[in-house]
Design a binder for this molecule. Structure first.
Ligand SMILES: [Zn+2]
Length: 316
């Protein structure tokens, strides 16, 4: 009896916190989209660019413990220009070529204030114009990094296409009903191409088994590589790059720049690679799947095995 009531208490507490957590998340997403759309109304810069920039900056600041909606951080030297950092007077910023602006109308240009930050970024983009090319140029001058600009532009297209800012649907790369096997091969030595360690998981399956995108994202690379054979690279909205290698071939019509959905077939299992274009059959057919993370400065590979295990369990 005691145990049962304890269990009831425990489960109702658990349920309540789950619901509260879920509602909080929905609210937060709505609040963010509202902010971005508000900014679009003021600046005529489409809301999905604000969403994309914010997503990119959230990705490179995962350690930030701050509970703010807007993750964009405009560095002091950009915000204040040569103005003293003690003053949040917008006129001082204009005078000293800082980019800081007052977005919420309180007379202060505060680089910790969500509206001030978004409005400042919007005014900055406006100076270049409103077209895709203009925004690309503005982003390049701000970040000075090709991969950052490419990522943000692709995030924006994805957000615009699906009219949402969260893309957490995932898929195991091999569909149900096909035979496959894999184990954790992270860091194993491999024979070809010198002393490189194995950066990924090999999923063994028969020739022609469909290979599916594990997340939403944009095709960033497609073609031949002497190690990877026919391979395709897809970047998702969380600054993660997904690499699918040794394919037999690609799904019809799939090209660099295309948006793909989690679970969409992108190619099929093969044994291509380890030689000039078209080389195949030097090892048993398998999908080599790698994951890479970009922190805004560097990109590095991490172990996809735990993710594959999770997606395998969760994919219907
Ligand atoms: Zn491999």
């Amino acid at each position: 009896m005691i145990i049962r009531s304890l269990l009831t208490v425990f489960f109702s507490f658990f349920l309540l916190t789950t619901i509260a957590y879920a509602e909080e998340n929905v609210d937060e997403e709505e609040q963010k989209v509202n902010l971005f759309k508000q900014m679009e109304a003021i600046t005529q810069i489409p809301w999905y660019y604000y969403a994309a920039i914010n997503q990119y900056e959230a990705n490179i600041r995962e350690s930030s413990e701050e509970d703010k909606l807007i993750k964009i951080m405009i560095p002091d030297e950009k915000w204040y220009g040569l103005a003293p950092h003690s003053s949040n007077n917008p006129n001082m910023m204009i005078l000293f070529q800082g980019m800081g602006n007052d977005g919420d109308g309180d007379g202060l240009a505060d680089n910790k204030n969500d509206l001030d930050i978004l409005y400042t970024f919007g005014r900055y983009l406006q100076r270049y114009g409103h077209s895709e090319q203009d925004i690309k140029a503005a982003l390049w001058n701000y970040y000075r990094r090709d991969l950052t600009v490419l990522s943000i532009m692709n995030f924006a297209r994805l957000i615009q296409k699906y009219d949402q800012i969260t893309f957490d649907k995932t898929s195991f790369p091999i569909p149900k009903g096909y035979n496959y096997s894999y184990r954790n091969t992270w860091g194993d030595a491999r024979g070809f191409g010198g002393r490189r360690i194995h950066e990924g998981t090999d999923i063994f399956a028969n020739y022609g088994t469909p290979v599916r995108a594990t997340t939403y994202g944009t095709v960033e690379l497609k073609g031949w590589n002497k190690f990877g054979g026919w391979r395709i690279g897809i970047r998702d909205i969380y600054n993660r790059y997904h690499y699918y290698a040794h394919l037999n071939g690609f799904a019809d019509g799939i090209e660099v720049g295309d948006i793909v959905e989690a679970g969409q077939t992108i190619g099929s299992v093969g044994s291509s690679g380890y030689g000039p274009p078209g080389t195949s059959g030097k090892f048993p057919p398998h999908l080599h799947y790698g994951m890479y993370k970009d922190d805004g400065k560097n990109e590095w590979s991490f172990d996809p095995y735990p993710y594959l295990k999770k997606w395998e369990r969760n994919t219907p």
